[in-house]
Design a protein around this ligand. Structure first.
Ligand SMILES: Cc1cc2nc3c(=O)[nH]c(=O)nc-3n(C[C@H](O)[C@H](O)[C@H](O)COP(=O)(O)OP(=O)(O)OC[C@H]3O[C@@H](n4cnc5c(N)ncnc54)[C@H](O)[C@@H]3O)c2cc1C
Length: 593
């Protein structure tokens, strides 16, 4: 990576970025390749043969598989060596999440344990707390869960009513309340529980041993998917928690909860990659086997369209997740050189990339839903059979749009955080936007030449300017009232999500061309071209939707004309490109990019 490019979260909208500045799968080190192979071996040897038994909640099996992951060192992947961990960097922990993401319900249990379950302690615990619990969590001797949601506090997490009151002798907090939808609830030993002390308005966080007196559980939830994971309601009835188990400071719980969710969102983006590879590989295999009208169905254009589009989406998530992980890693390393210890350096970096984290969560979960849905369609009637592998993929995918903050909440997080960073002076998006508005009848359009990279960089610059123009115009008109116009926020979010993913794919394709030559890069360039074509259509529609929702008569036409000029739909033979991409998949009989 270049020495001098210092990106901050959300800055991609206004900064030009070179391929060498972004991390991609092509940059994996030898050690990272070994980690990837180890994760794939683990899934093949330990999880795939056990998927049915896991989904049927075979007694003790989930715990056993987590213990096995502990033996492989995977539970402590991101933990410091002094606590029995592998001390891997942020990118490598996302690589683990990606490759274990192929493990269906197991991957949900794994992510809840190593992510939202363990990270509050790693990032906010004091030395005594870490010494006591992290070694147990690294081996799997203890399993972790994160208890934020309550019956009346879901998206509005700070509305939780679970209470903590200091005991008369000042040695314990007495906890009363109820948590629901707790992943690993039935197998957890250590709970991170968010509760309000006395009449505080803001949550605090507590480390609570699950075998404490006064804790009871409801039976397992009967879920649509991820059936093999444990999801329970947990009740706290006068549970005594030693005061030294307060995590962070009093009233810091909500900040902890939100920052942990930022990590969870990047991790979710990574783990959907593994799930998407499984569904796409099954789709290609099946379409190469199934014959209708005397031919393999993979020879039909309609099926090739689907296979190619699945691959394009998968290539998109991969490109965006590893780019953001690389940026977070880079900032964490900078923080370490400034004297921060690794855990603080990492959580500080992640919180600065909250916009990208939300983008990965929304795009990743929706891309996976698209991929599994098309997998079912490619299987035809067999796709509707509970005996087919895509049945599990389809059911397991759906939760990703709901947990770690629903996609509606995350779309709003993108705009809220961007506005916060703009207000803080991180970058002058409104300056750029007002400049475009002041020259609205004579706006600058980036042209580019015929070269793939040059042409698309220009296109993306125009797309960025379209999003900046829309956001600035809306903000000029509505200012603080924008928060009440969620439909407009969602439209602008969709513009930004598409821009980030499109640019990530482009930078990666260019990097692949530089590293491996023109011929090798051809399918990556075609996937990028098709995505940019589709993204341009989406961005134009979303800009029109936003403008139609707020602009008054005298601004309306100028804005629509400006968007029409900025967002040209590129001339791309999408049919031929998709066929070429599908041809490679069909020949290799797997996702080969
Ligand atoms: C299988 C599973 C596992 C889970 N694991 C955990 C866990 O381990 N720990 C944990 O703490 N929680 C967990 N959750 C809870 C999960 O995070 C919540 O379900 C999620 O945050 C949404 O909350 P809710 O279900 O109360 O929905 P609600 O908040 O009631 O939302 C319902 C709908 O309203 C929308 N909505 C809500 N507020 C707004 C708003 N302000 N503006 C616009 N739209 C809005 C939502 O987007 C959604 O579409 C899990 C849930 C499930 C289903």
């Amino acid at each position: 990576m270049s020495e001098n490019l210092k990106l901050i979260g959300g800055e991609f909208l206004v900064k030009e970025i070179a391929p060498k500045d972004v991390f991609s799968l092509e940059d994996l080190s030898e050690e990272q390749m070994m980690i990837k192979d180890m994760c794939r071996d683990f899934i093949n040897a330990e999880i795939n043969p056990a998927l049915n038994d896991l989904d049927n909640h075979k007694e003790g099996l989930l715990r056993q598989k987590l213990d096995k992951a502990g033996e492989y060192g995977l539970l402590g992947a991101g933990l410091p060596e002094e606590y029995g961990g592998m001390d891997l960097d942020f990118i490598s922990t996302m690589l683990v999440a990606d490759n274990l993401g192929a493990g269906h319900s197991f991957s949900v249990a794994f992510s809840a344990h190593t992510g939202i379950g363990t990270l509050p302690l790693l990032y906010y615990g004091n030395k005594e707390q870490k010494d006591k619990y992290l070694p147990l969590l690294a081996t799997g001797e203890y399993t972790a869960a994160y208890c934020l949601t309550e019956p009346d506090a879901g998206s509005d997490a700070n509305a939780g009513r679970t209470k903590a009151v200091l005991s008369e002798d000042g040695k314990h907090y007495i906890i009363n309340g109820q948590k629901m939808w707790i992943t690993n609830g039935g197998i957890a030993d250590l709970l991170t529980v968010f509760a309000k002390i006395d009449n505080d308005r803001i949550l605090s966080a507590f480390l609570i041993e699950a075998n404490s007196e006064g804790i009871t559980l409801n039976p397992e939830e009967n879920k649509m998917g991820i059936k093999g994971s444990s999801t329970r309601q947990i009740f706290f009835n006068d549970v005594k928690v030693p005061v030294e188990n307060l995590l962070g400071k009093r009233g810091e719980g909500f900040r902890i909860a939100l920052n942990i969710l930022h990590v969870g969102r990047v991790k979710l983006g990574a783990s959907v990659i593994g799930g998407a590879r499984v569904a796409l590989n099954n789709s290609v295999n099946y379409s190469n086997e199934r014959k209708q009208f005397g031919k393999h169905i993979s020879s039909f254009g309609a099926i090739q369209h689907k296979l190619a589009q699945q691959a394009i989406n998968l290539y998109g998530i991969e490109s965006a997740v590893y780019r953001a992980s690389g940026d977070i890693n880079k900032l964490a390393e900078e923080n370490i050189t400034k004297g921060m210890e690794k855990a603080s350096a990492e959580i500080d970096a992640i919180s600065k990339y909250a916009i990208e984290a939300a983008i990965l969560k929304v795009f990743g979960s929706e891309a996976l839903d698209f991929i599994v849905d098309e997998a079912v369609q490619i299987y035809g009637g067999m796709g509707f059979s509970a005996e087919s592998p895509v049945d599990r993929s389809y059911r397991d995918s759906r939760i990703n749009r709901i947990f770690e903050g629903t996609n509606e909440i995350n779309r709003m997080v993108i705009i809220d955080t961007l506005l916060k960073f703009i207000k803080r002076g991180d970058y002058d998006i409104f300056g750029i936007g007002n400049n475009i508005i002041n020259n609205i009848n004579n706006i600058t359009i980036e042209k580019g030449n015929d070269d793939f990279f040059n042409k698309n960089i220009a296109q993306i610059k125009n797309l960025k300017n379209a999003s900046i123009l829309t956001l600035t115009s809306v903000h000029n008109e509505l200012n603080r009232k924008l928060g009440f116009e969620q439909e407009i926020m969602m439209s602008i979010s969709d513009m930004i999500i598409n821009i980030y993913v499109a640019e990530s794919m482009l930078l990666r394709a260019k990097k692949i061309e530089e590293l491996k030559g023109k011929e090798f890069a051809e399918p990556y360039k075609k996937m990028t071209d098709v995505f940019i074509y589709e993204a341009s259509k989406t961005i134009r529609n979303k800009a029109f939707d936003a403008i139609n929702s707020f602009a008054n008569d005298n601004k309306f036409n100028d804005l629509l004309n400006a968007i029409t000029k900025l967002v040209k739909i590129p001339q791309t033979n999408i049919k031929e490109y998709r066929r070429d991409i599908a041809k490679r998949l069909i020949e290799e009989n797997k996702y080969c990019f």
